[in-house]
Design a protein. Sequence first.
Length: 168
Amino acid sequence: MLAESAIAQEPAHETRIGQEGFVSPRATLAQVDWLVGRWTGEGIGGAPAMESWLPPTGDTMVGTFVQTTGATGDGGGIRFTEHMYLMEEEGTLVLRLKHFNADLTGWEEKDGMLTFRLLAIEPCAAYFQALTLRCADPEAPGEGLFVAVRMKSDGEKVNELIFRFDAM
């Protein structure tokens, strides 16, 4: 099955959802080297947020995301963080992450995590199941990062969180 035919994308959404049984395309960390760096921008509710990606160590890139409270005065504190692993597995990429509250208590169970399988890879873009990472401007990689994540909601409504980051 071709990766392109495995994607059911609704035009109004930035994220993609694979059809049941989809096969992830072949991909390597070298194809997402544009992610490496420190990024800052607006997060949830317009509060400041930051994302960072380290160069690969073996078959893994480590990333962090920090969502602040946006409190006035001192710039606010930590609302929550994510610890992310972007890994080469079985000839493709998979992104795994865990959420943590400001006091470092986890959202997921002790050994649990969220796993996003790769749907499509393009120059300056990686589309995972319900998660998009791409250059803000494909002509200027390293200047901006665009992230979209599909969130669970009640009923059939699809909610996406959109993050636009600039290089720090």
